[in-house]
Write a protein that binds this ligand. Sequence first.
Ligand SMILES: [Zn+2]
Length: 420
Amino acid sequence: MKRTRRAFPWCLIALTALVPRSFAQGSSAPQTDPIAALVNQLDLDRYKATIKGLTQFGDRRQGTERNRKALDWIEARLKSYGCTNTERLQFEFTEPVKRAPPAAPPPARAGGPAGAGGSTLFGQRGATGVNIDASAQPDEHLRALNAEPTPQGTSLREDVYCTKVGTSHPEEMYIVGAHMDGIGWGEAADDDGSGTALVMELARVFSLPGVETERSIRFILFNNEETGLHGSSAYVARRKDLQGIESPKGSGRYPEPKWLGMIQHDMMLFDHGMPVARLGADGKPLLDPKGQPVYAPPREQRAEADINVEYQSAAQHADGAARLAWAFRAANDKYAVRYPAAVGFHMTNTDSTPFTDWVPAISVRENERGMQIGAGWNPHWHQPTDLYSAYSDKDFLLGLDAARTTLAAIAQLTGAKFKN
Ligand SMILES: [Zn+2]
């Protein structure tokens, strides 16, 4: 037996010599997972630097010069990543917005008041609202940067996008979006610098040399989300009937590939949990001017923070959207590093909403929009405190894991390969 064993390696070497070279390499060094190789192109410093870059334009309120400068900056960055076929979609917008009278609130449920999107506001709630007071921004530099108001009347606004063209199915695409405008007299770092930076980072990775996808991907930054989804609504109205049309005929070019799915990213950083009663230095609950206890979320990212992938159960393509959401959860299980994903069915108030009649559409966020953000789980939402400096690495890592999740899911859905 000993003798036979000793002889065995020699025998193996002799056999290996007979095996064709390519096969021998394949069997001795298994191919690395191309999805993992792509996900590994993301890193925390780059993600943070892109959010920081966006904050140089203050709150990027729609219709202002700081908003237009941010669009130019985003477009230049997309081109520098190699996503060079950038385009803009122009639409007219009129201020003030004519809003429909608010519908009567639905009756409360056992768990609490009804929230947006069909949700229920369980548990303790914190303050929500939009800051419209420039003097609420204590930073003089930022107050000056955000000073220009939205123009009244009708003028043009722009969305910006670039497209990774699929090799075998250029006529079909997934749309990966975020909104680049903000409000509140801060830096709109989380809402929605965090989603905009995520989309930009994905455009960078998918544009790296050696990356190929079978299907197309459009990376889009919508404007005028905060006025009521006007940038995404304009996109749907103007582009939906162009889907899958080759133009010019015979060119192999599809200005608007057929929509396979739409994924919107909006507020990616902050999941500190349910608001709790704030205590004063004396250990007693802090009271507001009306004598009511003040509830606010904890100051640190909670260890069990998660990424919330939502679809809308009342949407026309709800079944397809649910399948898309679960594909994101599976991608998160496999490729996220620190924070898991949860799936919910009350997607609402985001740029994926105008797409729901046409295509499976989901949103990816730090919290559920209805039940959690709607109950004051993010104290910086639309406030002067939505600043880059308000977030820690534990917060930024939630956004980075959301980026890993979307990148991995979209890479799988579009048949991505990475020849590095
Ligand atoms: Zn937002």
